[in-house]
Design a protein around this ligand. Structure first.
Ligand SMILES: Nc1nc2c(c(=O)[nH]1)N[C@H]1C(S)=C(S)[C@@H](COP(=O)(O)OP(=O)(O)OC[C@H]3O[C@@H](n4cnc5c(=O)[nH]c(N)nc54)[C@H](O)[C@@H]3O)O[C@H]1N2
Ligand SMILES: Nc1nc2c(c(=O)[nH]1)N[C@H]1C(S)=C(S)[C@@H](COP(=O)(O)OP(=O)(O)OC[C@H]3O[C@@H](n4cnc5c(=O)[nH]c(N)nc54)[C@H](O)[C@@H]3O)O[C@H]1N2
Ligand SMILES: [Mo]
Length: 775
């Protein structure tokens, strides 16, 4: 443990995003993962009609892409799965979980792919091999002896296929609970819960075709160069066409400044690049609500001027009249809103808000995209509402080249929700399940992520099963989550690679190794494909191409079906038939969801099919039957404000974000190239004026503590200060290292999402200068 602190370097990045730098890193990654020669070709099949869906992000594929869509981080995701390194039974025998806990997440990831089912042995503190059927029987035994089905929670991380997710939710509902914590609870929940109130459907309204026609694209709280690199291709095309692109982000993300497309040899060879964003607006953390309200207010003002001058109206009166309700109340609220409040709460000067307002007013076709910068705050729900209001003012929904574009994270997180991973299911959906399978599904609301951790701590959640993911590290309040997991009777992880969730386990624990999407999945002699839905509601089939990492692996779908069979028998559903033929699952999905009619047939079409999104078609599945303008006041009573009252300007608002070399809790390497960070992760981005105000120097080491009112000390030690172009009072650091600082009860309104982008913290001179951290 007493290793010296990481010695990294800070070096501002002056090159375009992607370009040659990305190609170099691709080569480094393939070598590091020792990807076998044969698998290189897999990389070129990614996101192609007859290949597999990239396990990286949820950005859609270009339907008619003739060339391989190059993506550095997609390659990393594939290489991480195609690695030839293996975690074997000998590895487990030689390493106690106590010893493995001392390794960093980066080191854990480096051990490679899991190879056979393992069960925890408390006598030796190691994992030992177990036969698949014994593992299923162990799970069934635990589940069936619970006093109530609600004592189990069934987590999903958004990589699971539609088929696996559907069988999972069916099994769990037949078992008797809606306890479906899932990664979206920590991710785009504000989008999924917010949009239904305004436009009826919790999904985006655009497709890639709209990007070809947009003249204005506003990117809120998103870092596409790292997290959705293929999106840069669309932005590049738009920029070259003359579209105006604005990034709204406290950080001026370098990856949005210039982009050299590896798809375009001339650009690469001439060292050329395309300028992407024309304007950077830098609100303070959580300032977007007030900023968007200001933009909307200015739209009204510009519309008033147009009326006076007799010029073309700025508002789309026809859209407002035909499709919406509540505009008058919204407009009145905007007119009464105080500019100084909006400036103060957004951290953006009125003239800059107005500049964005003019850009939006002048755009004929605007797309608004957003990511975690909008969804992981106390008031994200309200922010999603006001953003839809803004788009509705100018009729920018359901029209070519315009629309709402939430950019999802995990490659099938949207599909998982579509096929029933939902702790708050609708009565309509449950009725349908009841009818198709002749059983009475549980009707009460189930537990989400935060409630699951609470349930574990309170002792009423006793069994945890995770279909993918890394619950111990992705969740807030790390050490409390760990206490919860350790209090469980049984923890089960269906995963591809070793992670800390395997080490922070219940009294009994299983690791069930599964295939990734890149691997050939043969059942009953037939190669099985699985389907996924991307961020723009395109559903398509994906076939693996690599030999599975071990002959003992089972697919996610087969594992889930076998757990169901062991637990429930086959009285209502022939689970093992599902396990052997995924087209039977798709037939059932089509029976339950009308929009999936002829599912098996429609996925034969190259590129798949678009799943209907009513709002895109100007049909409003809201309670009023219209799109609703919703009015919210700027919230001034926030945990941040309350903490500021006590600590004044020394109180910092912390956002936790991703580096370029990680995939959520999986750390591939220690660089964050575009932000100029190399060989280290324990850094804090901070405004130089704040460094001075706090009495530190650039490069100093600090500890962070959270200001919260529950008496629990939350601390994360040893972070190096890096001066950065970020608003005063705001700081940024990487997740998951900072998750111990996120209070379990610091959640967004309505959606209950941990506020990972606004944590009230104090910085202190580092008290333990030479201690290495296990994560
Ligand atoms: N390579 C790679 N790809 C990924 C992932 C990964 O870890 N690695 N993760 C996947 C997942 S699950 C997801 S959800 C997505 C995440 O993709 P993003 O949504 O890009 O998520 P973050 O990296 O957390 O970055 C959020 C951005 O929001 C900005 N931001 C923070 N707070 C605010 C705010 O208050 N207002 C505004 N306007 N901006 C703010 C940050 O500066 C940062 O640029 O990416 C997916 N794709
Ligand atoms: N502080 C803070 N916390 C956050 C966030 C943040 O921005 N800040 N972001 C939140 C967000 S947006 C998300 S989505 C969550 C992510 O939460 P999770 O989805 O739980 O986390 P991941 O790191 O994506 O999970 C990685 C693990 O998934 C397993 N895995 C990989 N591929 C597969 C596969 O194909 N099948 C199966 N079965 N397993 C696989 C591997 O074993 C790997 O170790 O974290 C959230 N937590
Ligand atoms: Mo996510």
């Amino acid at each position: 443990m007493d290793k010296p602190k990481q010695q990294g370097r800070i070096e501002p990045y002056h090159h375009p995003a992607a370009g040659w730098g990305a190609l170099k890193y691709v080569a480094i990654n393939l070598i590091k993962e020792r990807v076998a020669g044969g698998s290189y070709r897999t990389l070129f099949k990614q996101n192609q009609p007859d290949g597999f869906d990239c396990p990286g992000c949820a950005w859609p594929d270009r339907e008619h892409a003739s060339t391989f869509e190059f993506c550095e981080n997609g390659v990393k995701a594939v290489a991480a799965e195609a690695t030839t390194k293996r975690v074997t039974r000998d590895f487990f025998a030689a390493n106690t979980t106590e010893a493995l806990m001392k390794q960093t997440d980066y080191e854990l990831e480096q051990h490679g792919r899991l190879t056979e089912p393992m069960v925890y042995d408390p006598m030796t503190d190691t994992y030992k091999p177990i036969e698949w059927n014994n593992a299923f029987a162990l799970i069934a035994g635990h589940l069936n002896k619970l006093a109530s089905p609600h004592e189990a929670a069934f987590y999903t991380s958004g990589r699971a296929s539609n088929e696996a997710a559907y069988v999972y939710q069916l099994f769990v509902r037949m078992f008797g609970t809606n306890n479906f914590p899932d990664c979206s609870n920590m991710c785009h929940e504000a989008t999924s819960r917010g949009l239904p109130g305004t436009v009826g459907v919790g999904k985006g309204t655009v497709t890639l075709e709209d990007f070809e026609h947009a003249d204005t694209i506003i990117i809120f709280g998103q870092n596409p160069a790292t997290n959705h690199p293929r999106m840069l291709g669309e932005l590049r095309e738009a920029a070259r066409r003359g579209a105006t692109i604005v990034s709204v982000n406290p950080l001026r993300e370098r990856g949005l400044e210039r982009f050299a497309s590896p798809q375009h040899p001339v650009e690469m060879l001439t060292m050329g690049s395309t300028k992407i964003a024309s304007l950077f607006i830098q609100p303070k953390l959580g300032g977007d609500f007030a900023l968007i309200k200001g933009v909307a207010k200015h739209i009204l003002e510009l519309d008033d001027i147009a009326v006076e001058n007799g010029t073309e109206r700025v508002l789309d009166l026809d859209f407002i009249a035909r499709h919406t309700l509540g505009f008058e109340a919204f407009a009145e609220d905007l007119r009464n809103e105080d500019w100084s409040l909006l400036e103060r709460e957004s951290g953006v000067a009125r003239e800059d808000i107005e500049a964005l307002g003019r850009i939006y007013a002048n755009g004929k076709r605007t797309i608004a995209t957003w990511g975690m910068g909008l969804t992981q705050h106390k008031h994200s729900h309200q922010t999603v509402h006001i953003l839809s209001n803004l788009m509705m003012m100018k009729g920018n929904i359901g029209r070519l080249g315009a629309g709402l574009c939430p950019v999802r994270g995990h490659s099938n997180v949207q599909g998982n929700r579509t096929v029933g991973i939902e702790e708050r299911p609708t009565a309509e959906f449950l009725d349908r399940l009841a009818q198709v399978y002749s059983f009475e599904p549980p009707r009460g609301q189930g537990l989400d992520v935060v409630e699951t951790v609470e349930g574990m701590l309170e002792g009423h959640v006793k069994v945890f099963i995770g279909l993918g993911g890394n619950f111990a590290m992705a969740t807030p309040d790390t050490y409390r989550t760990w206490d919860g997991l350790r209090a469980c009777d049984l923890t089960v992880h269906i995963t591809t690679k070793l992670n800390r969730s395997h080490l922070v386990h219940g009294k009994h624990a299983l690791i069930l190794p599964t295939m990734g999407r890149t691997e050939i999945d043969v059942r009953n002699g037939v190669s099985q494909g699985v389907t996924v839905e991307d961020s723009m509601s395109m559903v398509h089939i994906s076939y693996g191409m690599n030999t599975p990492a071990s002959k003992h692996l089972m697919s996610e779908t087969a594992i889930v079906a076998n757990i169901a069979h062991a637990t429930l028998g086959d009285s209502k559903v022939n689970w093992l038939a599902f396990a052997d033929d995924y087209s039977l699952i798709r037939d059932d999905i089509a029976k339950v969801f009308d929009d999936f009619a002829n599912y098996n047939e429609r996925i034969r079409h190259p590129g798949g099919f678009h799943l209907r999104v009513a709002s895109r078609e100007l049909e409003w599945e809201t309670s009023t039957g219209k799109a609703n303008f919703v009015v919210h006041a700027v919230q001034e009573d926030t945990p941040i404000k309350r903490a500021q009252k006590i600590h004044g300007e020394r109180l910092m608002t912390l956002m936790t974000t991703r580096s370029h070399d990680q995939y959520n809790t999986t750390v591939y390497a220690l660089d964050d190239r575009y932000r100029g960070v190399f060989g280290q992760r324990r850094v804090v981005f901070i405004n130089p004026a704040d460094i001075e105000m706090l009495g530190f120097k650039n490069g100093d080491w600090v500890d962070m503590t959270t200001v919260w009112d529950d008496g629990i000390e939350r601390r994360a030690n040893s972070f190096r200060l890096v001066e950065y172009d970020i608003p005063r009072g705001c700081i940024g650091a990487y997740y998951p290292e900072t998750n111990p600082l996120v209070p379990l009860h610091s959640v967004g309104d309505v959606c209950n999402t941990p506020t990972s982008k606004s944590i009230p913290v104090l910085l202190h001179h580092s008290a333990e200068p030479a201690v290495a951290h296990p994560f």
